[in-house]
Design a protein around this ligand. Structure first.
Ligand SMILES: [Zn+2]
Length: 603
């Protein structure tokens, strides 16, 4: 088929094939008059028709293939035949370049105007395929990276610098958007926002400039040969964040806000003098994305209900723990967001203030002028708060003030830098707080980690190694399940060849009961641990991770990674048990468990 000239009336077609009723069509046509969207889209948004059914019917009627982009392997060179601007404007993507034709995927293959434009832009005749709009947009974000823009701008900037054309006045002009250094930074930020990077690292090395982006917790490197552009980038970034541009020997930190692709992004920047210049690390906080509520944090329903009950207590303290980058801030903001009503006064003491929330009084620590956690906390208590959030309990002083506040009619949320919920309670005593104080104020501890999700586009069954199988045998027996089929991503365009895409939280929630409070009062850590293990509601985080792996959401590697952080002894257990059992693990073939009814039981 060459062109979709034979017009089809979508509405009639859908009614004819019983995908929608006459009434639904009428309703959708009414709606369409208001939104001015296409009928197909209107029907999809209104939920009258299933996208897959709709697309396959459309493909059938137009006699063109329906391509599932989630399983499609793109060739980047072919894709690049159509510029990003055109691809986005016409909702189209080049699927394949053949000797005499192109195959082009379109979200709306009946858009004749777009088809004509595409035919004009591409040097060979085109064959159409229909694709899902959401999949198309997702693919475009991944395929149209800023890599080549960044490279050519870096090259341009490098040339200017060698010509001596690089001057400070140019860098100073804040609204001058045409200079290469500004364009280069803009492309860098756009690329980072598009792929959802949390951090950008700019690191001058001896002969190259390394730009690394942290995506889903893992760094991805881009090496540039134009090493000499580094000082220009650093200088510009320092100006944007109002740092001292002449100071290159001392570390500095600051922040700035900017608009990237229509989104407001807060950038926290820090510099560090290293052997070949200054290293700059930027943390990107997308303010437009807003705060993720507790509903979307990944908490299992029962745990979410328990946490909600805990944070609605009129007084007491709830701690969220985990290492850096475990998603503690997200959970805390999610909790605050739920508590943020007219009736509650909420004050936060943070370093740094990560997200700005309406109605909440957020205080930024500044120890240079004596604005410390302890001094701000004391001042906050005179401000008649209902809820206090303390960024981190880091010493006895801040611990004591928070616990006392929690005992005198305030509800306090804070974090501790500990690995698990059980050790957190004892940690309070370790830093010098009286046991009775901790026992009376502490309501609960939520420990968490972020684990990477297996890429759904390239996941394949995974056969555990001998050691893994042995370790799993113990665990799955404890959980009372048969071995499921484990999954692992093989790497594809969608996941940047990592096999992982996105992250999900895993949690454990410990609620203090009388038995635990007694042990805490007596500074009895053995008794406390025993009491925690006796609590039927307390399930260690590792089991949550294992459950996700059994469902194919994550890999065993990720479970082991979390386990290692939680308890190094467990990995030793794998190493020691493996030698004894090598003989019988060969018959340990994983079996399919369609729906593993998990029950958690502790040893
Ligand atoms: Zn993949």
């Amino acid at each position: 088929m060459a062109a979709p000239r034979n017009r089809i009336r979508i509405g009639d077609m859908l009614v004819q094939h019983n995908l929608i009723s006459e009434e639904q069509l009428k309703e959708a046509l009414e709606q369409q008059k208001k939104t001015r969207q296409k009928l197909g889209k209107t029907l999809l948004t209104m939920g009258f028709v299933d996208e897959k059914e709709f697309l396959s019917l459309l493909a059938q009627q137009l006699n063109i293939p329906l391509v599932d982009l989630s399983r499609y392997t793109f060739n980047k060179q072919d894709v690049a035949q159509l510029s990003e601007t055109h691809a986005r404007r016409f909702r189209a993507i080049v699927l394949k370049e053949n000797t005499d034709r192109f195959t082009v995927g379109m979200a709306d293959p009946m858009d004749i105007f777009a088809y004509d434009e595409l035919q004009r832009l591409l040097p060979k005749p085109i064959d159409l395929a229909v694709v899902s709009e959401n999949q198309l947009l997702e693919s475009m974000d991944l395929l149209y990276r800023r890599t080549s823009d960044i490279e050519s701008l870096a090259d341009q900037l490098s040339e200017e610098i060698s010509d001596g054309g690089f001057d400070l006045a140019e860098l100073n002009a804040t609204d001058e958007v045409d200079v290469p250094v500004v364009k280069l930074l803009k492309s860098l930020f756009e690329d980072a926002v598009q792929v959802g990077a949390s951090d950008i690292h700019i690191e001058p090395d001896e002969h190259v400039l390394r730009i690394r982006q942290r995506i889903d917790g893992v760094l991805h490197e881009h090496v540039m040969k134009e090493k000499r552009i580094a000082p220009a980038l650093v200088l510009r970034l320092k100006l944007m964040s109002k740092l001292n541009i002449s100071e290159k020997r001392l570390p500095q930190d600051g922040r700035f806000n900017m608009m990237v692709k229509g989104q407001s992004v807060d950038v926290r920047i820090s510099t560090l003098p290293i052997q070949y210049g200054e290293s700059v690390v930027m943390r990107l906080l997308n303010q437009s994305a807003g705060v993720i509520g507790l509903d979307n944090a990944g908490l299992p329903d029962d745990m979410k209900a328990r946490l909600r009950r805990l944070i609605r207590e009129p007084h007491g303290i709830v701690l969220v723990t985990g290492p850096t980058g475990s998603g503690k801030t997200t959970t805390l903001y999610g909790a605050l967001n739920e508590l943020n009503t007219q009736e509650r006064k909420i004050i936060t003491v943070e370093d740094p203030v990560e997200y700005r929330l309406p109605r909440i009084n957020q205080v930024q620590i500044n120890s240079d002028i004596g604005l410390t956690f302890a001094s701000v906390l004391r001042a906050c208590l005179r401000q008649d708060p209902d809820v206090l959030l303390l960024g981190e309990i880091r010493d006895r002083e801040t611990a004591e003030i928070s616990l006392r506040a929690a005992m005198t009619g305030h509800f306090v949320l804070s974090t501790l830098h500990t690995n698990d919920a059980v050790s957190s309670a004892m940690r309070l005593v370790d830093i010098g707080v009286e046991g009775y104080l901790a026992a009376s104020a502490l309501r609960g501890v939520l420990a968490q980690r972020l684990i990477r999700k297996t890429c759904v586009h390239c996941k394949q069954p995974y056969q555990p190694s001998a050691q893994e199988a042995q370790w799993l045998k113990h665990r799955t027996e404890q959980l009372g399940i048969e071995m499921p089929v484990w999954q692992k991503g093989q790497g594809c365009t969608y996941c940047n060849n990592t096999g992982y895409k996105g992250r999900v939280g895993v949690f454990e929630l410990l609620e203090l009961n009388d038995e635990m409070a007694d042990a805490l009062r007596k500074d009895d850590s053995v008794g406390f641990t025993a009491a925690a293990k006796n609590d039927p509601n307390y399930k260690p985080l590792v089991y949550g991770a294992l459950e996700l792996a059994a469902q194919g959401v994550t890999t065993l590697d990720e479970v082991f990674r979390v386990t290692e952080q939680m308890d190094e002894a467990v990995l030793e257990e794998i190493a020691t048990t493996s030698s004894e059992v090598k003989a019988d693990v060969t018959e340990e073939a994983p079996k399919v468990v369609p729906d593993s009814g998990f029950s958690f039981e502790l040893e």
